[in-house]
Each structure stands twice: as structure tokens, then as C-alpha cells.
Design a protein around this ligand. Structure first.
Ligand code: SF4
Length: 358
């Protein structure tokens, strides 16, 4: 396709690669002094939600062999990486169609046991694939960060069915309750689409109510737009643009209040922060993240990059927090949640670092 484009063709298309070719194409990231890394564990999706192009452009679901994933994480950890995020379009159905492969909770447990790795995350999860066993992982794996991104899309069962999501509003809320029972400190973020074809004011009210009931830490909200190749393109785009926008604004206003309350709880708390590099604010500041993935900027020496240190949160903004670090002010063991494993608490900064991009 590149060759044809160089010769002047302006449009090109190809059939999906076969599974062996696709497996060979799983990206591996170079070690460059980074503290955190994404590791791709699966690609594609078999769900065909009515609005989504992913299965059409990325192909059917395919999982990378767990041996390869584990080897990559081992190499990353040995090279100084302290946190990995396992990624896939539908990450928690990992291994589902591969005979003899680990299940996703088994993969998480195996990655968790890799020495020198302090933190583990995964994204993005489908609510219908959130098994009890995966929920239990949040109670069983200390290195697993206390955050899950769990796309809701709509709080109306009628709209969820039209989207082909495979769960109901109540079954979603039941899973949230289970998560919080297993891990009371967990924070949940989500995606919601506003204005899906046929969405009524009543449907939208159900979405507003469910978002308030769950109390998301953050919400990524989208105005529905038609995508070629999807099932929903055949439905009339029945919600006028002005109505979509007005619903979007109401959801956003509600979420801003909820997010401010969730993140505001951290003010005054001393939290373990994995330091990632120089802050983009400069002025001698460095930054890291709490277990919930929130960026914390604070003044501290560059030598802390790669270490998990106690930081007291002094202010909270829309996308980040301001912290204060006082060397020797407390031991990480006293800092409560999300410090990671005992090994993780005592991470020595790598000998040499470069600031990493966020
Ligand atoms: S929205 Fe997610 S689960 Fe649905 S088809 Fe797209 S990638 Fe798959």
C-alpha cells in the first residue's frame, strides 16, 4: 500500500492480515529510560457494537501469546520500567479464543509476579467481560492499581440493546458494587455516547442518573456521529445536533461536580506517587501518578524518577494535582493504598534517566 501510494495512488484498501502476520506485528516499545510502558496483549474486537468501527478496521480479536507478553514485561522491568499498562481494544477478553492460553486474570497474576515491577494497569475493559475472577484480582494483587476504565456508553437498557453492548444498566451497576466490595478505594472512569439514534430524553435521564449513582472519577463523553461500515449507519440519526449538544453539556456539568468531589478528597492525604519525570510546568517540578493515574506535580529532585515516594496532595485541578514531597517525612509503608508491592516501595532510581513524555 505504501508502494502504491508513493506511485501516486490516493486511495488504497487491503484485506485484514492473517493471524500469523498480525501476531508478528504486535508493537514492542524500545527501552529508553522510561518508567512506565504500554504493552499490547491483544488487538481487534469481536463485539461489533453498532456505532464502532474497530472490528471493521482492526479486524477480529487476536491475543498475543502470554509467553511473549511475559518476556517483554520481564525485559522492561529489568531495564528500569516500574509500571506497565496491558492494552487491547477489549483487553479483558484476552485469551478467549486461543486454546490453552491463559485467561486475562491469569495473565495479570503472572505479570504481577515479575520482580522489580511495581505497578500494573490494564485498559480497556468491556463490562460484559468483567468476570468475578477479574474483579477479585483487585483484592488479590497489591501491584494492580486501584483504577478501572469501564465504558458504560448509555444508562438506558433500550439504547444499550440498540448499541449491541451485551449488558444492562443494572448488571453494570452490580459489577461496580462487586468491584467496590472487593476494593473500596477503586476509582472508575468511563465513556458515554450522547445522542445515539433513537435516544429519548428519558433514555438520557437514565444515563445521567446512572453516571451520578456510580460517581465516576472522570468521564469521556462523545457526541454520537455516524461511521461508515457500522450497523448504526442504517439508523436515522434522529437526535438533532442542538439536542445532542444540550445533553452533552448537562452530562459534562454534572460530571465536573462529581469529579471535583472525587479528586478533592485527596487534598491533605499523603499518597504513594510513582515519579515519571520532569514536570511540563518546569520550575524544578517533577511529576508522577497516584494509583488512580492522576498526575501529581511537585517540587523534588530528579533522582526520584523511577521511585515511588510519599507525596501530600495540597491542591486538585481538573486534570492534575499539586503535591508536596518532604524527604524522610514518612515511610511509604505508612502511606496506605496503592503503594505496590514491598519490592515496589523500595525501588532505587535507575542510574540514568531521561525525562519521558506524558
Ligand atoms: S466499542 Fe469496544 S467492544 Fe464495542 S466494537 Fe468497539 S472496540 Fe469492540
Amino acid at each position: 500500500m505504501i508502494h502504491r501510494a508513493r506511485k501516486g495512488e490516493r486511495e488504497a484498501a487491503t484485506l485484514f492480515f492473517d493471524s500469523q502476520t498480525r501476531l508478528a506485528l504486535f508493537p514492542r516499545r524500545r527501552l529508553d529510560g522510561a518508567v512506565t510502558r504500554y504493552v499490547t496483549v491483544m488487538q481487534g474486537c469481536d463485539n461489533f457494537c453498532a456505532y464502532c468501527v474497530v472490528p471493521h478496521v482492526r479486524g477480529r480479536e487476536i491475543s498475543r501469546p502470554s509467553t511473549e507478553v511475559l518476556e517483554e514485561v520481564r525485559q522492561l522491568a529489568a531495564g528500569g520500567v516500574r509500571e506497565v499498562t496491558l492494552i487491547g481494544q477489549n483487553v479483558n477478553s484476552y485469551g478467549g479464543n486461543a486454546t490453552g492460553e491463559l485467561s486475562f486474570p491469569e495473565l495479570l497474576a503472572a505479570v504481577h509476579d515479575i520482580p522489580d515491577l511495581c505497578r500494573l494497569r490494564f485498559v480497556t475493559s468491556h463490562p460484559k467481560n468483567l468476570s468475578d475472577r477479574l474483579i477479585d484480582s483487585f483484592g488479590a494483587l497489591p501491584k494492580l492499581c486501584r483504577h478501572i476504565h469501564l465504558p458504560l456508553q448509555s444508562g438506558s437498557d433500550r439504547v444499550l440493546a440498540a448499541m449491541g453492548r451485551g449488558y444492562t444498566a443494572r448488571s453494570y451497576v452490580d459489577k461496580v458494587r462487586r468491584l467496590r466490595a472487593v476494593c473500596p478505594e477503586i476509582r472508575i472512569t468511563s465513556d458515554i455516547i450522547v445522542g445515539f439514534p433513537g435516544e429519548t430524553e428519558e433514555d438520557f435521564q437514565a444515563t445521567l442518573a446512572l453516571a451520578a449513582e456510580v460517581g465516576y472519577a472522570d468521564l469521556y463523553t462523545f457526541l454520537y456521529s455516524r461511521r461508515p461500515g457500522t450497523a448504526a449507519i442504517h439508523l436515522p440519526d434522529s437526535v438533532p445536533a442542538a439536542v445532542k449538544q444540550e445533553r452533552f453539556d448537562r452530562l459534562l456539568a454534572q460530571q465536573e461536580r462529581i469529579s471535583a468531589a472525587v479528586w478533592g478528597q485527596d487534598i491533605g492525604r499523603t499518597l504513594p506517587v510513582l515519579v515519571e519525570g520532569e514536570s511540563r510546568h518546569g520550575a524544578g517540578q517533577i511529576f508522577g501518578r497516584t494509583t488512580w493515574g492522576r498526575i501529581v506535580n511537585f517540587t523534588g529532585p530528579q533522582e526520584l524518577v523511577g521511585a515511588t515516594v510519599p507525596v501530600t496532595i495540597v491542591d486538585s485541578y481538573r486534570n492534575s494535582q499539586l503535591g508536596e514531597y518532604e524527604a524522610g517525612s514518612c515511610r511509604l509503608a505508612d502511606c496506605g493504598i496503592g503503594a505496590g508491592s514491598a519490592a515496589g516501595r523500595q525501588v532505587a532510581p535507575p542510574a540514568k534517566h531521561s525525562a519521558i513524555s506524558t
